[in-house]
Design a protein around this ligand. Structure first.
Ligand code: AMP
Ligand code: ZN
Length: 115
């Protein structure tokens, strides 16, 4: 766990969140400022700052994250209509929490391009 990382603290249950899925590698919880009817954040338990700091050792973890995201989309009943997976990176990408995460957004028609 990285010091002062809010998502490490969520993964460790040191601060409260609404967890919707957990296994040995990842935790998924509800975003506390939802941008869509379904807005879930999926994080690795291991602290990784950004997508840029991923290494080849993380290949299996990243594949697992996509599979869990797809499973959550089915569970949340948004798989058929569609949804979006987003990972923001650094300043121009709009990343505000520097622990790798995927946003799972759905439940409404999402516009493109993003702002
Ligand atoms: P990003 O801007 O891509 O780094 O996304 C960070 C997301 O984390 C934002 O959508 C925030 O609303 C969300 N967030 C920040 N703190 C918490 C928290 N304690 N519990 C749930 N979601 C959070
Ligand atoms: Zn962290």
């Amino acid at each position: 766990m990285a010091d002062d990382c809010i998502f490490c603290k969520i993964a460790e249950k040191a601060i409260p969140s609404t967890i919707v899925y957990e296994d040995e590698l990842v935790v998924a919880f509800k975003d506390n400022n939802p941008q869509a009817p379904v807005h879930i954040l999926l994080i690795p338990k291991k602290h990784i700052s950004t997508v840029i700091t991923l290494t080849h050792d993380d290949k299996e973890l990243v594949g697992h994250m996509f599979l869990v995201a797809a499973s959550l989309a089915r569970e949340q009943q948004i798989a058929q209509d569609g949804f979006r997976l987003v990972t923001n990176c650094n300043q121009d990408g709009g990343q505000t929490v520097f622990h790798l995460h995927m946003h799972l957004l759905g439940g409404r028609s999402l516009t493109w391009p993003p702002g």
